[in-house]
Write a protein that binds this ligand. Structure first.
Ligand SMILES: [Zn+2]
Length: 466
């Protein structure tokens, strides 16, 4: 069969039939282990040829000296606007998924993006938002009043679970949990939401319940939920949730995996986080829970460090803050762990936010691969493309054709210069595009060409569960 298909490709696809050829690049495909100079031919949105010789095509790009990698798949991309998709594309990301908090209603969210996205997009059904709708919370994204501390009545709990099922019937990619944002949810409520995910054989993507001093209990809760319901679990930003307890967290996950529990993790390559100041994360006692103080917090709108006075003022208004609460040594340990995927947790609105929204993937390649050698290039690419695809592919057919450079795969491709790739976004200037990623293809269409966003193209497709 294999030889037949290759023969058909040679006979049926004349060179001129290719839409795009990326010639003489260094192709790295973590699944097959390929790391060698090849030319990649693209036709009708798919990878149609991988050749030892240069290919002819309508558009030919010389990629000599550049890496041809599967496009990056961001499992934790809160920013789902045209502005954010441009930052993503310039950072080599071809699929941006909102998995941690998720969305609700699901079909409406996908409908709003259909035909309007630069990169592929998708989301889980949101447990916090499903609960907010039932309890009448007034928050626009994270809960801000009625859904935070309230214990749901049996009827409200049942209605929340039904919302989750509706979202999964509409193609939601699992259940998104922000347990730390809804402390009124007891263990039973969360467990039964996991059970709803298990009904559809889809995972829970989880921000765990509590701060670092309760990291063990918080991680035990979600691993136990996976064990008793059968729903796989993916723990987001483990480096931020565990901090100086990162060794314990990684060991717990290793052991759970060794005992057959389907648990995975992700991390982002920064020592600061970002969240909403009005959220329950900053309810009284946050200094102990986060092991942080006012001066570790930055108000995004002005860039100022907070004091007790400004903290109280801004908490009443509500808005985004960056939290400097981690250390490189803990982040490095998480990034280097074999089961860790890279995901940004990013969002940038009107140029404001955390640099991870624009620079996560270039930063891994520049700082963690090239400068500090925490990762090999191939392992980094796997963590940014193949591993996220494999996390979803059991229940998301589209992901079987992503995260790979192989014939028949979607032509989601990042072309970068390993010597020059660099994140530029900083805490004070998060709105700077990454550099050294000259070409990015999404479904065989240039989203980025010669280092610039291509205007007027919207090749992103929805990623849906089935
Ligand atoms: Zn989170």
């Amino acid at each position: 069969m294999r030889y037949f298909l290759l023969g058909m490709a040679a006979l049926g696809l004349s060179a001129q039939d290719l839409d795009i050829a990326l010639n003489n690049g260094r192709v790295i495909d973590p699944e097959s282990g390929l790391d060698g100079v090849r030319s990649v031919g693209v036709k009708a949105g798919k990878i149609a040829q991988i050749s030892n010789r240069p290919l002819k095509a309508k558009t030919v790009i010389d990629t000599t000296g550049l890496v041809i990698s599967p496009g990056f798949i961001d499992l934790h991309s809160h920013g789902q606007t045209p502005e954010n998709y441009q930052y993503k594309a310039r950072d080599g990301v071809t699929t941006a998924l909102e998995m941690e908090i998720g969305v609700f209603p699901v079909a409406q969210w996908y409908g709003e993006r259909k035909g309007k996205a630069l990169v592929n997009y998708g989301a889980t059904v949101s447990h916090p938002i499903a609960r907010m709708k039932v309890l009448g919370d007034t928050g626009s994204w994270l809960p801000r009043d009625k859904a935070i501390a309230t214990i749901a009545t049996p009827e409200q709990h049942a209605a929340t679970l039904e919302n989750l099922r509706i979202g999964m019937r509409e193609g939601g990619l699992g259940v998104g949990f922000g347990i730390g944002y809804v402390p009124g949810c007891n263990q039973q409520e969360i467990m039964e939401a996991f059970a709803a995910a298990a009904e559809f054989k889809r995972p829970g993507f989880v921000h765990t319940r509590d701060g670092r001093q309760k990291m063990v209990e918080s991680l035990q809760e979600v691993i136990a939920n996976s064990a008793v319901t059968g729903a796989p679990v993916h723990v987001v930003h483990i480096q931020a949730s565990s901090g100086r307890f990162v060794d314990t967290a990684l060991k717990m996950v290793d052991n759970a995996r060794a005992h057959g529990i389907d648990v995975t993790m992700e991390a982002y390559p920064y020592t600061a986080g970002q969240t909403q100041i009005e959220s329950s994360i900053f309810d009284p006692g946050w200094q102990q829970r986060l092991e942080a103080d006012y001066n570790d917090l930055v108000w995004v709108k002005t860039g100022e460090r907070l004091t007790k006075e400004t903290f109280d003022k801004y908490r009443k208004i509500g808005g985004s803050i960056v939290t400097f609460t981690n250390k490189d040594e803990y982040v490095d340990k998480a990034i280097a762990h074999p089961a860790i995927m890279i995901a940004s947790d990013g969002m940038i609105y009107d140029g404001q936010g955390h640099p991870r929204g624009a620079g996560t993937y270039a930063r891994i390649l520049a700082v963690y691969v090239r400068d500090r050698k925490v990762l090999t290039l191939k392992d980094a690419i796997a963590k940014m493309s193949l591993l996220p695809a494999k996390r979803l592919e059991a229940y998301t057919p589209a992901m079987r054709n992503k995260g790979r450079i192989k014939i028949g795969a979607d032509a989601d491709i990042a072309v970068f210069d390993a010597a020059k790739v660099q994140d530029k976004a900083t805490y004070t200037r998060p709105n700077l595009y990454s550099e050294g990623i000259p070409h990015v293809l999404v479904n065989g269409v240039f989203a980025v060409r010669d280092g610039r966003i291509v205007e007027g193209v919207l090749p992103g497709q929805p990623v849906l569960a089935k």
